[in-house]
Design a protein around this ligand. Sequence first.
Ligand SMILES: Nc1ncnc2c1ncn2[C@@H]1O[C@H](COP(=O)(O)OS(=O)(=O)O)[C@@H](OP(=O)(O)O)[C@H]1O
Ligand SMILES: Nc1ncnc2c1ncn2[C@@H]1O[C@H](COP(=O)(O)OP(=O)(O)O)[C@@H](O)[C@H]1O
Length: 245
Amino acid sequence: MCNTVAAQAACSKDQHITWQEGAVRREAKERALQQRGCVVWFTGLSGSGKSTVACTLEHALFNRGALTTLLDGDNVRHGLNCNLGFCEEDRAENIRRVGEVTKLFVDTGIIALASFISPYKRDRDRVRARLGPRDFIEVYLKVPLEVCEARDAKGLYKLARAGKIKGFTGIDDPYEAPEDPEITLEATDASDRPVCPETMARTILNYLESHGYVTAAMANNAVKGPARAIADWTDRKMPVLDYSI
Ligand SMILES: Nc1ncnc2c1ncn2[C@@H]1O[C@H](COP(=O)(O)OS(=O)(=O)O)[C@@H](OP(=O)(O)O)[C@H]1O
Ligand SMILES: Nc1ncnc2c1ncn2[C@@H]1O[C@H](COP(=O)(O)OP(=O)(O)O)[C@@H](O)[C@H]1O
């Protein structure tokens, strides 16, 4: 709280701030990285597979030489968003901040994978609007509550059913499914066979390749992206590089 007039003035949102342009444009960074920055936004119930598929996809992208970052609800809530809970307002602020962070990565040409329940359509759409249509790829893990609850990897559904967690998504808190996501992933295919996380990640990878975010050439190592090159150095246990100029 700002108690003095001077402190209130300093805290005022009506500040005289000016946008500062950088000297290296996003396009130049993307050319150097041989990829196009974007956010792949995973939404779905707890236990729907968001983290698993995001991790699998990141691994696959890294092996192709793409530079990525992975933001996960549980992890981000340990740091940046440790002051937020799960009421509607806090979830909105959680998604707003993560949206801003992903924008910073995307403006650096990086492929950001964001794995958040993000249960409210309005919050997701706000991030989409902030990033722009080509930079925001919504991936809906359309997995029924019964399946997520049967998995109950963290035992949270059991606690929620027992009333020990209040406001748990899908139990006594809403989840608003996306109406027109770029990609929908379901737990079973048309023949009712289970779909594994690798197949789901492959579906997203195909989308990223066919829409020009990463090149298919990366896949057969015809082109080595900077990230793969860095991995090669690490694999060869190169000495620490001296970056001084
Ligand atoms: N009340 C309640 N509702 C839903 N989830 C809960 C809750 N309390 C704790 N958790 C754990 O927090 C993880 C979800 O965090 P998110 O940041 O993704 O949530 S949100 O997008 O702000 O709704 C979620 O992780 P995932 O299971 O990976 O989805 C849970 O482990
Ligand atoms: N496609 C899948 N098929 C079967 N089990 C899966 C699949 N994806 C994830 N799982 C399993 O479901 C559980 C929850 O996955 P997780 O990625 O933690 O979900 P979320 O991040 O949405 O909470 C884990 O035990 C995981 O191994």
